[in-house]
Ligand binder design. Structure first.
Ligand code: CTP
Ligand code: MG
Length: 413
């Protein structure tokens, strides 16, 4: 469901789908025409029902055909159904009679604009939240120069009367949004009109504007194409297969990364000749760490964090007694193998970061070297930092080192 709706006042949608589609010439009501297996009405409703703020959706259907009513009813209790009139304006009027009294905002939308994305409804509703705004329409700039011509005359070519500045012209779409009372008033005003006048009303905002209310604009959407002529069907097929009912282009599945933590502690060896290996480097001035391998606590913690992130056990699982070839292996060799195992389990490595706590070795001047050696081994970014424990504990006494590691991995597709 759309997140936007939580903050929005209750609104209703009048969805006009009662037209016959003369220009399309499909031989069935236009809203019944199927694109990629779903009718134009269904495509419209697939997108509209995502908008939670639309508490009521009144679908206006042709009186002569009950198939659209059946399709609409399948969308559940929010749907109301009413028969339309001879003109669009009369169909909207019929729909308005069905909108509940408590509804503050009414959107009117053409089912012929079946691929209008959810964000267009939301934009209009959001604009209506401003109490000074009583009418909102989505518009697009026009690309052609547009001229006003005089009425057709028998026996002579029509003439251009004027050509407005293109930069001030906009193509008007639906859904159009209104304060409910204002829209009702505008349609009541029309009720004495004759058939030709009804037919001449192609949208609702023009009626509202005629009553003197300002009509505000928000950006429209190119996907809100009105399926009108047979040539529009090709684009409709493209939109049906490309646009998701959420109104945005289908997004690839998000990649969910996974993190893993690990800690490794090694005592400083009793053997004053034991070489010190840490973070893949040899520190000749220092006494090494105790342990069955080179005691590289940083590399070991990095391995364990990788296994933890991938959820595939730990150092003991992978370098235990059943893999004797790794007994005594250097930290770098273990890290390279851990990275290989994690990748073989279907993950790619984002990065690994390790911090060790210890009095020795002095690390700052060799940090870049360590990062490079470890990153080469893992074939991914591995970065190391060092700190002391302010003289506290075994690290402060120089009796041992603790390494804390975090690894981030993500599933390969
Ligand atoms: N509409 C309606 N009742 C009518 C006429 C039109 O509900 N008597 C609706 C159509 O179903 C459409 C929208 O108004 O969703 C815009 O109308 P349009 O695109 O002109 O559709 P049609 O009138 O069906 O097409 P045509 O003019 O080619 O006959
Ligand atoms: Mg029409």
């Amino acid at each position: 469901m759309s997140e936007f709706s939580d903050t929005t006042a209750p609104a209703a949608l009048v969805l006009v789908a009662a037209g016959s589609g003369t220009r399309l010439g499909a031989g069935i009501p236009k809203a019944l025409v199927e694109i990629e297996g779903r009718s134009l009405l269904q495509h419209t409703l697939d997108r509209a029902v995502i908008v939670d703020a639309l508490k009521q959706i009144v679908v206006v259907v042709p009186p002569s055909d009950d198939r659209l009513a059946a399709q609409a009813a399948a969308y559940g209790p929010r749907i109301g159904i009413v028969s339309g009139g001879t003109s669009r304006a009369e169909s909207v009027y019929a729909g308005l009679q069905k909108v509940s009294a408590g509804i503050g905002h009414i959107l009117v939308h053409d089912a012929a604009r079946a691929f209008t994305p959810t964000c267009s409804y939301e934009k209009v509703l959001r604009a209506l939240e401003d109490e000074t705004v009583q009418a909102v329409i989505p518009v697009l700039p026009v690309t052609d120069t547009i001229s006003v011509v005089d009425p057709p005359h028998e026996g002579r070519l029509q003439e251009v009367k004027c050509t407005p500045d293109r930069s001030t012209l906009r193509a008007v779409q639906t859904p159009q949004g209104f304060d409910a009372d204002v829209l009702r008033r505008a349609h009541r005003y029309l009720q004495d009109a004759d058939a030709a006048q009804f037919e001449a009303v192609t949208d609702d905002a023009s009626l509202v504007q005629r009553l003197g209310y300002p009509v505000h604009v928000v950006p429209g959407h190119p996907d809100a194409l009105k399926v009108t002529h047979p040539k529009d069907l090709q684009q409709a097929h493209r939109l049906a297969s490309q646009s998701a009912p959420t109104g945005v282009s289908p997004m690839p599945e998000p990649i969910i990364p996974r993190v893993g933590n690990a800690i490794d502690v090694h005592a400083v060896s009793d053997d004053p000749h034991r070489p010190m290996w840490l973070a893949g480097l040899h520190f000749p001035e220092d006494i090494g760490l105790a342990g069955h391998s080179d005691g590289d606590a940083v590399a070991h913690a990095a391995c364990d964090a990788l296994f933890s992130a991938a959820g595939i056990g730990d150092l003991g699982t992978h370098f235990g007694v059943d893999r004797p070839e790794f007994a005594g292996a250097s930290g770098i060799v273990l890290l390279a193998e851990a990275a290989r195992i994690v990748r073989a389990a279907g993950f790619e490595i984002g990065n690994v970061t390790v911090q060790f706590v210890g009095r020795r070795p002095r690390f700052a001047t060799r940090r870049e070297e360590a990062n490079a050696v470890l990153s080469r081994a893992a074939d991914a970014s591995v970065t190391v930092s060092a700190t002391t424990s302010d003289g506290l504990g075994y690290e402060g006494e120089g009796a041992g080192i603790t390494a804390y590691a975090t690894a981030l991995v993500y599933p390969r597709d």
